[in-house]
Design a binder for this molecule. Structure first.
Ligand code: FCB
Length: 475
């Protein structure tokens, strides 16, 4: 295994910093028809030819439904103190509403017991994209009623499991559900309908607000309730002019403010593109108050930022892409040529994380932030020694945790970090081709092998600090 050591001082994280790993139900559990689980939109979508690369589905995935004790052992062996997983709504309500499936609750109780026995704190996400198909058949999140059903589900799991969960995350990345699932159709339920996406945006946020209050009514005092957003900082060069600043405000409001503003300020952002804003007739009295009820924390998923510059959208240069429509003429999105990409084609830019953490601390003073996802896909393989030497991932994690620690030093209110992901898993439309884990999974056998990056994370956890960045990275 390659060890990168560099001279200089490590940057510390605050005492009591949470170190965890994250997963999601549909991506790891498998057992999609076991113990009374109903179908979700992702079962339907992945079984629809042409929707997921190679026809992959979550039917078996990492088989964590059966292997959860081994997964809990893995988490513990890495020294992590926390695990973020998600609860599959259709295990608890196979029809999305009505009768509760006790066997589903029992499964999560067994998982929580396994975590508790190992001293691992549980962060449970209520919704990581697996809407019960029965609710989708009635309009899904485009239908206001789904938000009410979601709150009922929250109350049931809060009551049954609340004694064992220290941190509840209502929704994972509502932006991705609305945009990828309903506007561009690359995720379940696969719609390409701007009006549906705008309605889904409001109903997800309302679902968050109602579920948060339902949870708070039943969980023990001191339990934290929050939400996780995928946030995409918009970056400009130092010489940006007013046209670029305007484009940046619109892009930021459309991608981030659309969720941040209602949650933090109880209103939709004025600069967002009109097509993404929920129409006024969907916003009922009291909705925004429910959405803006104080959060105990904000979960931040950071993968990559967006860079904007002047350019010709009709004649894109290498590294350029069209910017959002409606930004005004002559603006393009681009990837700075000195930055690398991951195997998803995503730009690697740790500076975006630094900026984002400080910006959120400024906009929401006193609100604890957790990085609830951060990581990269890489072409990982077991070498002839049976080792996965994932140097690219070590570099990525090193750079991003260094940026996070610098942000803490400069005042960011960061309370924890959950790496995405504990293990390789079903990466949505990319199926099993994209590996994000710090633990390698052989999908034919289910065998788990910690990668070199798992050792790197374990070292940082032990030190509660990130080592200095090397001057030169090994290749
Ligand atoms: C995020 C998702 C997570 C995973 C990572 C790579 O958008 O929340 O489930 O797929 O991307």
């Amino acid at each position: 295994m390659t060890n990168i050591t560099s001279p200089g001082e490590a940057l510390p994280f605050p005492a009591g910093f949470t170190w965890g790993a994250a997963t999601a139900a549909y991506q790891i559990e498998g057992a999609t028809t076991e113990d009374g689980r109903g179908p979700s939109v992702w079962d339907t979508f992945s079984h629809t030819p042409g929707k997921v690369r190679g026809g992959d589905t979550g039917d078996v995935a990492c088989d964590s439904y059966h292997r959860y004790p081994e997964d809990a052992d893995l988490i513990k062996s890495l020294g992590l103190s926390a695990y973020r997983f998600s609860i599959a709504w259709p295990r608890i309500f196979p029809q999305g509403e009505g009768t509760v499936n006790q066997a589903g609750l029992d499964y999560y109780r067994r998982l929580l017991d396994a975590l508790d026995e190992r001293g691992i704190a549980a962060a449970a996400t209520l919704f990581h994209w697996d809407t019960p198909q029965a609710l989708q058949d009635k309009g899904g999140w485009a239908n206001r009623d789904t938000a009410l059903r979601f709150a009922e589900y929250a109350a049931v799991v809060g009551e049954a499991l609340g004694d064992r969960v220290s941190r509840w995350i209502t929704l994972n990345e509502p932006h991705v559900v609305a945009h990828n699932g309903h506007r561009i159709g690359v995720h379940a339920p696969g719609l390409t309908d701007d009006a549906a996406a705008a309605a889904v945006t409001h109903h997800l946020l309302l679902g968050h607000g109602l579920a948060a209050s339902a949870l708070r009514a039943v969980v023990p005092a001191g339990t934290e309730v929050g939400i996780t957003l995928s946030l995409t900082p918009v970056r400009l060069g130092a010489d940006a002019d007013e046209a670029l600043h305007h484009a940046s405000r619109v892009t930021d409001a459309t991608m981030n403010g659309l969720f941040l503003d209602p949650l933090l300020n109880g209103r939709y952002p004025e600069h967002a593109l009109p097509s993404v804003l929920p129409p006024a007739e969907l916003i009922k009295d009291g909705d925004l108050e429910a959405i803006a009820a104080p959060l105990d924390f904000l979960g931040v998923n950071y993968y990559r930022p967006v860079h904007l510059r002047h350019g010709d959208p009709a004649r894109l240069l290498l590294g350029e892409e069209p910017a959002l429509p409606g930004l005004g003429d002559g603006i393009v999105q681009f990837d700075p040529h000195d930055l690398e990409h991951t195997n998803m084609g995503w730009l690697i830019d740790p500076e975006g994380l630094y900026e984002l953490l400080l910006r959120l601390t400024k906009e929401a003073p006193g609100l604890p932030l957790y990085i609830t996802e951060n990581g990269r896909a890489a072409e990982d393989y077991l070498n002839t020694d049976g080792v996965v030497d994932d140097l690219e991932r070590i570099k990525f994690l090193h750079q991003h945790l260094h940026a996070a620690a610098r942000a803490v030093k400069d005042g960011a209110n960061l309370a924890g970090y959950y790496v995405w992901s504990l293990m390789d898993n079903f990466e949505w439309a990319y199926g099993y081709q994209k590996r994000f884990g710090i633990v390698y999974v052989d999908f034919a056998t289910g065998t788990r092998t910690p990668k070199a990056s798992a050792g790197f994370v374990a070292d940082m956890v032990r030190a509660n600090a990130v080592p200095p960045l090397p001057d030169v990275w090994p290749v």
